[in-house]
Design a protein around this ligand. Structure first.
Ligand SMILES: [Fe+2]
Length: 474
């Protein structure tokens, strides 16, 4: 019998039950001003996935902790009730209208936007609206306004409050640029030509542009025809390019700037300069080269800076940090402007899950137990280690209520595995005391598998606080 995928074992192994627990035990002190929910999404296979399993096909599960008044009021984990999930759980079948027949797992990200909680997928599936207690309400097309797909990494412009998305359907030669207004639903919807049908996981936003990526991971028709459930491949003949799409004025296609072949899942942030745009990203030397079953590329994912010069048409590329890392986050208040700090997590288990034997001999700092705080203006990186099997994931930044606009005046939240308990903790750090004592550790009743992305949803950004319905999902 074939060995199960490495992304179903070890720290990736799915949990089998949905748990609800109240008044969780805490070590340390939860800051009183943390009033909201920390939610995080990730694949948690349910046994309904395609036999040729790929990590990105696993049914999406949200893990959430409600914090208020210095207490951890509850923990919940819930599968997103897409139709196949409801069937597998033998619940009353819900038939949701899904765009273009796509029903890929909603497993990448979860955001709060204008009073709603939305679970997000890659490659065409609609966002799914969740209740404050993580029950699935249904798919969200913003009252019919979302004609195309939505990105798993939309950006909320902190200056306007609008939600920007570049979405695509797997295999489609176009992508959809959509802007949702918190008060008006979909206010802009345009099509971008992408004739090679690349995978495009993320983009960046500045006041002037969207920075979009047309990189050599392409939809592979032959693989799709052969029944591959995740038919994307590295194409060594493909051109790699970054595109600048103007935010203002009449719609036009992006202006493209060629770069050396590279793969980028995630942008850190971007800003306008006098000569163009600077965008920080995590690069992988390549991705999906020759095998479809891994999500790691070949080589080290590194922190890099690309400076696009719109006058000369050139792109300057600079390495910022070459330690293996992923899941970059900034203080979302500086999105689109110069950022000083970037927070990342070491990501070797993601990259090397298909070489598990090497994990035993890897240096501690290369394992998934390190968070980094990069001071990109000061040119210094701080490193924080957790226990060997901590499996720490993305850390999100939450500004301190009533604090300053400093990008480290606040807290970092992340799920960390506690191997001695066989369960996970929510760890809360002071971002401005990155190497200091943990502020608090909320002890969850069960394990949170290594997963993908999450966000902090302040209590004032939930439907409890939003008395008027500002946009409609259906
Ligand atoms: Fe992502």
């Amino acid at each position: 019998m074939a060995r199960p995928s490495p992304y179903r074992r070890g720290h990736f192994a799915p949990v089998r039950e949905e748990v609800t627990a109240f008044d969780l035990p805490v070590t340390g002190t939860i800051p009183e001003d943390l009033d909201g929910r920390y939610l995080r999404n990730g694949p948690n296979p349910l046994g309904i996935e395609h036999p040729r399993f790929h990590y990105y096909l696993g049914a999406g599960m949200i893990h959430g902790v409600r914090l208020a008044g210095g207490r951890a009021e509850w923990y919940r984990n819930r599968w997103v009730r897409q139709a196949p999930v409801s069937r597998a759980l033998r619940e009353p079948r819900r038939t949701y209208g899904v765009l273009g027949g796509m029903d890929a797992a909603s497993n990448i990200n979860v955001i709060g936007y204008a009073g709603k909680v939305l679970s997000l997928a890659e490659g065409g599936t609609l966002p799914f609206e969740l209740s404050n207690e993580l029950d699935t309400i249904g798919p969200c097309d913003f009252g019919g306004g979302l004609r195309g797909a939505m990105s798993a990494h939309p950006k909320i412009d902190p200056m306007t409050g609008d939600l920007h998305s570049i979405g695509y359907f797997a295999g489609s030669p176009t992508a959809d640029y959509t802007v949702v207004s918190a008060t008006g639903g979909v206010v802009r919807s345009e099509s971008i030509d992408l004739p090679h049908a690349p995978m495009m996981h993320d983009f960046a936003l500045t006041p002037s542009y969207l920075v979009i990526m047309d990189l050599p991971v392409l939809f592979d028709v032959l693989a799709a025809l052969a029944g591959d459930p995740f038919p994307f491949r590295w194409n060594p003949r493909a051109v790699a390019r970054l595109g600048l799409l103007r935010r203002v004025g009449a719609h036009e296609q992006p202006r493209w700037f060629e770069i050396e072949p590279v793969w980028i899942y995630h942008t850190v942030n971007a800003h306008d300069t006098s000569s163009g745009v600077v965008v920080d990203v995590v690069t992988h030397p390549s991705m999906f080269r020759g095998r479809a079953s891994d999500i790691g590329g070949q080589g080290t994912p590194s922190l890099e800076r690309f400076a696009i010069d719109t006058r000369t048409g050139s792109v300057a590329r600079r390495l910022l940090d070459d330690r293996p890392q992923e899941f970059p986050r900034v203080d979302d208040r500086v999105l689109g402007r110069v950022h000083r700090f970037a927070y990342t997590a070491s990501a070797a288990a993601f990259v090397d899950a298909w070489r598990p034997r090497e994990l035993d001999t890897m240096a501690d700092g290369e394992f998934d137990n390190v968070l980094y705080k990069h001071d990109l203006l000061g040119g210094r990186t701080q490193r924080r280690s957790f226990a060997r099997d901590a499996a720490v994931g993305e850390a999100i930044f939450v500004p301190r209520r009533g604090g300053t606009d400093a990008e480290d005046d606040g807290y970092l939240l992340s799920y960390v595995h506690a191997p001695e308990r066989g369960a996970s903790d929510l760890v809360i750090l002071a971002a401005d005391d990155f190497e200091g004592e943990e502020l608090a550790r909320v002890h969850l009743p069960s394990r949170v598998p290594l997963g993908l992305h999450g966000n902090w949803i302040p209590a004032e950004n939930t439907s409890e606080a939003h008395e008027t319905e500002e946009y409609s999902c259906r």
